[in-house]
Design a protein around this ligand. Structure first.
Ligand code: AHR
Length: 330
């Protein structure tokens, strides 16, 4: 009798150990800090905000792609504030999501929270915008555009247009929000490209925060302070669209009196280009959702992914915009 009881106790202990072992394996197999082992991936996503047509299209792409890929999405809108993004990321760590993805509103100041995610064993994917952390092991990959290239393409187009200019060509620049990767990089790329022609001069450059309201307000100031503006380079379509109102109100003809170059190529921007109000757009694609979900599955499975995945993009003239507009998805 005593022998039978001892055998039963050993069997119970063995099954407890076995279940514990399987559960431990389940966690480490995920390559993340997932709380449940139901085979479903949970992604915590911190979005920059809803500042532009580009951002709205990006959010739609992420939500639709998560649903199509069977990934449970926890979504947070940071309203263009870094502190909100850090708070959201910490919440996702607490909730033990499987993967964290985010588009950092600014480039600097992420090391501490990224280290917290790493220590919790949760892989991080950067999408759209990157961070300036020296420690690249803090995130698995960065999926997004080459913003320097976009600025460069915009500048090269202008150089070509103004190659016959004999006097100064006055340029004003509407920057994105201060410290954001696309604002820093587009400024850099554009500046480097136009440096080949000393006639091309940036006479004023201010942040318009990637919004229409910001673009309008700053353009009004530019117009008041500078009697001769030949070119506007806006870091996105929305600021360019806001600036159109200011330019028209000042009695000038956009696209003629002032050459307008923007970045993004969202539908409203493409319409302005097709209508002759904008002159050139360097594309920045917001349709990052399908690639992001694919990467999430891979990092969750513990697969190695490329450290940098660059989005394919093009540029548009007014004629090209007329052709592309009917099939434009965003
Ligand atoms: O990070 C991408 C940029 O952010 C887009 O060009 C702009 O429209 C958005 O707000």
């Amino acid at each position: 009798m005593r022998k039978m009881r001892t055998q039963r106790a050993i069997a119970v202990l063995a099954s407890v150990l076995l279940i514990g072992g399987v559960a431990a394996c389940g966690n480490s197999d995920t390559g993340g800090g997932g709380s449940k082992d139901d085979g479903k991936i949970t992604m915590g996503f911190s979005q920059v905000g809803a500042e532009s047509g580009w951002r709205t299209a990006n959010t739609t792409s992420i939500k639709e792609s998560a649903a199509a890929a069977g990934i449970e999405l926890k979504f947070d809108d940071a309203q263009q504030k870094q502190e909100n993004q850090i708070k959201a990321i910490r919440n996702y760590i607490q909730q033990k999501v499987d993967v964290i993805a985010f588009s950092p509103v600014v480039e600097s100041g992420w090391d501490t929270v990224l280290k917290e995610a790493k220590d919790a064993g949760i892989p991080v994917i950067l999408t759209d915008r990157s961070v300036d952390s020296a420690d690249k092991s803090l995130y698995k990959t960065f999926l997004g555009s080459d913003f320097v290239k976009e600025g460069k393409l915009a500048g090269e187009w202008l150089v070509e247009q103004k190659k016959g200019a004999t006097g100064p060509v006055n340029i004003v620049e509407l920057q994105g929000n201060t410290g954001a990767a696309p604002a820093n990089d587009r400024k850099k790329g554009f500046g480097e490209a136009i440096a080949v022609n000393p006639n091309l001069k940036i006479i004023a450059s201010q942040p318009g925060d990637f919004t229409r309201a910001g673009g309008k307000q700053v353009m009004e100031q530019f117009l008041k302070a500078n009697p001769k503006i030949d070119v506007l380079f806006a870091h996105n379509d929305d600021m360019g669209l806001g600036a159109l109102e200011a330019i028209t109100a000042a009695g000038k003809v956009p696209g003629k009196d002032i050459t307008i170059i923007t970045v993004d190529a969202v539908k409203d921007g493409m319409q302005a280009l097709a209508d002759g109000k904008f002159n050139f757009i360097a594309e920045c694609s917001p349709l990052l959702g399908p690639q992001l979900m694919d990467l999430a599955k891979k990092v969750h499975a513990g697969e190695t992914v490329p450290a940098r995945i660059e989005t394919e993009e093009t540029t548009f003239t007014q004629e090209q915009a007329k052709e592309a507009l009917p099939n434009r998805k965003y």
